[in-house]
Design a protein around this ligand. Structure first.
Ligand code: ADP
Ligand code: TYD
Length: 204
């Protein structure tokens, strides 16, 4: 039987990296077989270079459509190389971001949401997607504390993050799949406990 595929999503600075790490630590303690992964993945390939330039806003002269295609291509390769083989071996896969990121960020940059869904239609549905929900101001504060004031024009912008947050909330209605929105404003440990509860529920 295939393993479970768990995705952790959220706006920048919401705590997805922290929660992915904690969930994997918990899985390890339970002696579960799992892999931890994240998107975007392939920085060394040409596709990865385009993604990297976009994220660093360095030489970022690509259209929202080519960026969306780059993320989608990165994702399908990621699925074929890592995710599907691990699931077929019965392992749990925990991914920090997946196609939900494309469905919220690329439309905010101007790509058509329907089309972004279309180009991601061959990407397997996760068994559970957990959205760590925090207000934009909190996400910006956490990013600044983490990055020591090294500012990013887009990602540390509360207006931008607030639109992304709303798009994440809307996904629950739009997508026919298991989406859980957890309150990410509480302590790291409390959020983690909620996520563990969801993962246990999915496993049953
Ligand atoms: P992301 O991967 O979503 O960008 P991180 O996991 O790197 O976010 O978290 C951003 C910063 O906020 C880090 O410094 C982290 O320690 C901190 N952080 C994460 N979750 C919480 C929380 N629930 N409460 C307070 N600070 C948090
Ligand atoms: P990253 O540096 O990995 O940060 P984080 O710790 O917040 O996950 O940046 C990932 C960024 O890439 C994040 O701002 C969301 C964006 N992104 C997209 O725009 N589309 C996508 O399909 C994916 C997977 C990520």
């Amino acid at each position: 039987m295939d393993g479970n595929f768990i995705v952790i999503e959220g706006i920048d600075g919401s705590g997805t990296t922290t929660q992915t790490r904690l969930l994997c630590k918990w899985l390890e303690k339970q002696n579960k077989e799992f892999i931890r992964t994240q998107e975007p993945v392939k920085e060394d390939l040409h596709i990865g270079k385009v993604i990297k330039e976009h994220l660093l806003q360095d030489n970022d002269n690509h259209s929202p459509e080519s960026i969306a295609l780059a993320f989608a291509a990165d994702r399908l390769v990621h699925l074929e190389d890592r995710i599907v083989p691990a699931l077929e071996e019965g392992k749990i896969v925990v991914s920090d971001r997946y196609y939900h990121s494309s469905m919220v960020y690329q439309p905010e940059h101007g790509a058509d949401l329907k089309w972004v869904r279309e180009i991601n239609k061959y990407a397997r549905k996760p068994d559970a997607t957990i959205i760590v929900d925090v207000p934009a101001e909190e996400s910006v504060k956490r990013q600044q504390e983490r990055d020591g004031g090294k500012s990013s024009i887009i990602f540390e912008n509360p207006e931008f993050q607030s639109k992304i947050r709303q798009r994440y909330i809307d996904l629950e209605e739009i997508l026919d799949e298991n989406i859980y929105i957890v309150d990410g404003t509480r302590s790291i440990e409390e959020v983690h406990e909620d996520i563990v509860k969801i993962v246990k529920e999915v496993e049953q």
